[in-house]
Design a binder for this molecule. Structure first.
Ligand code: ATP
Ligand code: MG
Length: 556
């Protein structure tokens, strides 16, 4: 049973019933990605569903690569997919499987269908095949090759296999019903000729099984009990069942469909994401703006936040678009609870504390997290020269206290966790830019309420000028400005946000942050949630990526 009080979703209900009634002894699901790109947030939903069911009902889940399209598939995608599934917190049953492991068996089953008079080699080209297929309102027309003898089909199939027939010149088709109202049953293609090298079987095969011929049979070979896919395969289910029924398969899997995840402002198609990579519109598949699992990870999303998101959206059979704000909520909630606090000044303005000893250092302790004392304390060196955020100071002391809860000339503000200071005097360069600010501190105000008559406008963050380190901070924003990128006649590239990345090179971080381990997440107080970049962060050259802002300020 699920751990929460939530009612079972329809798939949990089906599995529970099947175990109860004895239709199955044990649950076996599978996650079947095609290794033609990196996994994205939509796949995370399918992963959490399949591996999650296996976990909840003491079953197993296979990881099976559906590698039946040799042109597009690569070994590096296999590795990235394995890494992503593990990172999300799941482990597949026994070894990884590949559709290509079953090519011999599938070929024997193709021959078997031909021998039974249930499949034939068709020599119509793609165009002619389309014409014979009919439409939703019109029955199709039988192929002139439909009634050739099984022996002739067997011979041709063998010639296809060994490469004696050109690509496109022949296919193996199931012999079902050209008048079926379901187009998938109008003699669907089971094998096509492709003379490309396969990432695992090399040049052994010149023909490759179609998705429909491969998928259910692989499920049956593995003993998958519940083959869960997205709704667009609902119309394929009769074919799935037909093949399972006609072939001497060792088990009887059943296909179930659920609604795919569509997320606002987000592209969830490997093919389109690959285009963004190929056209160098992003910095690779794991660019922190990408909705890939590796991109989200590099952006600072945690596996638990992604799992929580998948749990939140649930599993149904009705299509819709999920607000990306829900994903953002999940990570913000996780980081708010778990991320240590730290200070980082993005755009530094130097301030000189005139009444603090030159060369002096006062160590001020601050909690790593306001509500979690077990995370310990950090030490912030307070020195005569500090940095504050340029945007936290204004010369204009007529600004209302309500609107500008920061430092203005002649008034007070509290430095987070430290002293209350007063802005005394600005130092400007020849062109009028403020280069420094002279301030004075109010004695005995660390951890103390302000003395009578002193009213700080607010609290601002700061770091020591001499003890802080320089860091690069990547401010990421949404990659697309449109809620439905690439919809209608528009190309998705027209919807790309030109300001989705702003790189700040001269940020100043509190000293301990330089020692962050890559992938460690923080709340930079008053600024947002950030993560040490897993690719480039080092103590010598700290690099942080903005995961998400502190509040939901969505322009929705
Ligand atoms: P893409 O179009 O992005 O390549 P796909 O469905 O072709 O997606 P596969 O590698 O075949 O990608 O997908 C593996 C599994 O993930 C399938 O079972 C598929 O149903 C599921 N899946 C893919 N996209 C989504 C999504 N947006 N929401 C839920 N499940 C998805
Ligand atoms: Mg696919």
């Amino acid at each position: 049973m699920s751990e929460t009080e939530k009612p079972l979703n329809f798939l949990q209900q089906i599995v529970a019933d099947d175990l109860e009634s004895g239709r199955i002894d044990a649950l076996l699901t599978r996650f079947p990605p095609e290794p033609n790109g990196y996994l994205h947030i939509g796949h995370a939903k399918a992963i959490c569903l399949n591996f999650g069911l296996a976990r909840e009902y003491n079953g197993g889940c296979n990881l099976r690569f559906d590698d039946t399209n040799p042109e597009k598939e690569e070994e590096r995608y296999v590795r990235s997919i394995e890494e992503d599934v593990r990172w999300l917190g799941f482990e597949w049953r026994a070894e990884v499987r590949f559709a290509s492991d079953y090519f011999d068996t599938l070929y024997q089953w193709a021959q078997y269908l031909v021998e039974q008079g249930k499949a034939y080699v068709c020599e119509l080209d793609a165009q002619a095949m389309r014409e014979h297929r009919g439409t939703l309102t019109e029955a199709g027309v039988n192929s002139p090759y439909r009634d050739r003898s099984p022996q002739q089909s067997l011979d041709l199939l063998e010639q296809m296999r060994v490469g004696k027939i050109d690509e496109g010149a022949a296919t193996l088709r199931a012999k079902i019903d050209m008048a079926s109202p379901n187009l998938n049953l109008r003699d669907p293609v089971l094998y096509r000729i492709k003379k490309s090298s396969h990432h695992r079987t090399g040049d052994k095969w010149n023909i490759y099984p179609s998705y429909d011929f491969a998928h259910g049979q692989e499920d049956a070979i593995e003993g998958v009990t519940h083959s869960i896919c997205t709704l667009e395969f609902e119309d394929h289910r009769p074919l799935y069942d037909w093949l399972i029924n006609e072939l001497p398969v060792p088990s009887t899997p059943v296909q179930y469909e659920f609604a795919r995840l569509n997320l606002s402002y987000t592209m969830t198609s490997k093919r389109k994401l690959r285009r963004l990579v190929d056209e160098e519109r992003v910095d690779g598949w794991d660019d922190p703006r990408m909705p890939t699992i590796s991109g989200l990870r590099r952006r600072g999303y945690t596996a638990s936040a992604i799992r929580a998101f998948c749990d939140m959206i649930g599993v149904t059979r009705s299509d819709g678009v999920v607000d990306v704000g829900m994903l953002e909520f999940a990570i913000r909630d996780d980081l708010n609870k778990n991320a240590p606090r730290a200070m980082c000044v993005l755009s530094p303005l130097k301030i000189i504390v005139s009444n603090f000893a030159d060369g002096g250092v006062e160590l001020i302790s601050a909690p790593a997290h306001p509500d979690r004392s077990e995370l310990g304390e950090r030490e912030l060196p307070f020195t005569r020269e500090l940095y504050i955020e340029r945007t936290d100071f204004s010369e204009d002391n007529t600004l209302s206290r309500k609107k500008f809860k920061r430092l203005v000339l002649g008034e007070y503000v509290r430095l987070r966790g430290a002293y209350i200071i007063k802005a005394e005097r600005v130092v400007k360069s020849e062109n009028g830019e403020i280069t420094e600010l002279e301030v004075s501190l109010v004695a005995d105000t660390v951890g103390q309420s302000p003395p009578e008559g002193i009213r700080p406008r607010g609290v601002i963050h700061w770091v020591s000028a001499s003890h802080s380190k320089t860091a690069t901070v990547n401010l990421y924003d949404r990659l697309f400005l449109s809620e439905t990128p690439g919809s209608g006649d528009q190309d998705m590239t027209e919807h790309i946000n030109p300001d989705s990345l702003q790189v700040l090179e001269n940020c100043r971080i509190e000293p301990g942050l330089a020692r962050a381990t890559p992938e460690q997440g923080f709340q930079f107080e008053r600024v947002g949630y950030f993560v040490a970049d897993r690719r480039s962060h080092s103590e010598q050259h700290p690099v942080f990526n903005r995961t998400i802002g502190l509040k939901d300020t969505a322009r929705r």
